[in-house]
Design a protein around this ligand. Structure first.
Ligand code: COS
Length: 384
């Protein structure tokens, strides 16, 4: 991105997303806490928001990843509804491995339903013994006739156990870490698949999945057998900057409400904003936010450009690391400038304070992003 500012088309797109969300999506938010909100997802499909996940304009078929558009979507939605934002992002994360690496029959069967908001998608990588160390995953895929039987557990899977389609990363070859992982598409109603909801700090549809001999065939493989780890990593390269965009949108919402607050809240007979300590704090928070936004846009633009390919993992990691850490600082600072009122249940900042915490953990904790950045810059040491 040469000019470090959005084009008119991008600004128009973001404004359109925001308005559609305010008019049609926000009224449907607030479904049962920690559960998939299907009416809201369908509305996001009907109004063309989900189609934007993969670069499609509202009246075009989805075609491929477009990282910048994904970031604009997520940033705009985050400013009006974290619930809608997360629902949209999970549809993308869960189905992108199919669009990226699936055979045409799987793409045709699932992607139109996902972007219509009719089928709920989920990305199933983490396990009880494989979180940050994804290559340690142990869910077994044992040969069975012309396919495999999946046995084991997945944990912390967003949209589980309600999803209609899971992209599941399973071990087809033991003892070779990343080189023995295969990606599969598994329907939510597959015999032998079950699960349960889990409750988090902030309401979020998430759960545990148990695979008791779930059958998958050759036609369910995403990409090549034993080459599924790269499918997961490429998906995360696309989605990590957009987690940063989510953080930027949340932080922007926090800052906007705080600027309004310090202008109107009177302390010692004058607006809070008149105090230099307060004004300087706002300046610091806004600068942190701007730096985050630029890193996110730079990483997303590089992804779309394709020219930075060897450095994409580092750029995606930097965008996620910086923007999610900054959003935590910004929202915390905004809470401080409000005082007790921001802690009251139902206050926007109370929501944001709880919601922002998970971003520094999921899709690779901040420590993993630092490792990705460091090892590209200085190589792998003996202990890395
Ligand atoms: N794109 C394509 N291929 C990639 C890749 C990428 N971005 N990153 C790694 N790979 C490939 C490597 O080239 C390597 O292939 P070869 O063995 O053929 O050389 C293979 O994948 C293994 O990569 P690597 O050696 O880097 O794996 P590690 O186990 O050292 O670590 C990290 C990989 C730490 C980056 C990975 O485990 C990770 O991202 N962890 C966090 C997981 C995560 O984000 N979980 C959240 C789930 S969603 S909420």
């Amino acid at each position: 991105m040469a000019e470090f500012q959005l084009s008119e088309g991008q600004r128009t797109f973001a404004a359109w997303v925001r308005q559609v969300a305010i008019d049609h999506i926000v009224p449907l938010s607030g479904g049962p806490a920690g559960r998939v909100n299907r009416p809201m997802l369908r509305a996001m499909g009907e109004h063309g928001l989900l189609r934007g996940l993969f670069g499609g304009a509202t009246d075009e078929p989805a075609h491929d990843a477009a990282a910048m558009q994904l970031c604009l979507l997520r940033e705009a939605l985050a400013q009006v509804s974290g619930e809608a934002e997360t629902a949209l992002a999970l549809q993308g994360l869960g189905s992108y491995p199919i669009l990226q690496s699936g055979p045409p029959e799987l793409v045709d069967r699932w992607i139109p339903r996902v972007v219509a908001g009719e089928a709920v998608a989920a990305f199933a990588l983490s396990e009880p013994g494989a979180g940050s160390d994804a290559a340690a995953l142990a869910l077994r895929a044992e040969p069975d006739g012309d396919g495999w039987r999946l046995s084991g557990e997945k944990l912390w899977i967003s949209n589980a156990p309600e999803a209609d389609i899971y992209t599941v990363f399973a071990r087809t070859t033991p003892d070779v870490r990343a080189r023995g992982v295969t990606a599969f598409a598994v329907a939510g109603d597959a015999p032998g698949l079950s699960g349960e909801h889990l409750d988090l700090l902030s309401p979020h549809p998430i759960g545990r999945l148990t695979f008791a001999g779930v059958h998958v065939g050759r036609a369910d493989v995403l990409g090549e057998v034993d080459a599924g780890f790269a499918v997961a990593m490429r998906t995360l390269d696309l989605f990590r900057p957009s987690v940063g965009a989510f953080a930027v949108g949340m932080a922007q919402a926090a800052l906007d409400t705080t600027i309004a607050h310090v202008r109107t809240r009177h302390v010692h007979g004058a607006p809070l904003a008149n105090q230099q300590a307060v004004a300087h704090k706002i300046a610091d928070l806004a600068t942190d936010l701007e730096a985050s936004r630029l890193l996110v846009y730079a990483a997303a633009s590089a992804y779309d450009d394709g020219s930075q390919q060897p450095q994409q993992s580092r750029r995606s990691a930097m965008a996620k690391l910086f923007a999610t850490e900054a959003a935590q600082r910004i929202i915390d600072g905004c809470v401080q400038l409000h005082g007790a009122v921001a802690l009251q249940q139902g206050h926007l900042l109370e929501h944001l304070y709880r919601d922002v915490r998970s971003l520094r953990i999921y899709e690779g904790a901040s420590e993993i992003q630092r490792s990705i950045i460091a090892r590209e810059l200085i190589g792998r040491g003996p202990d890395r």
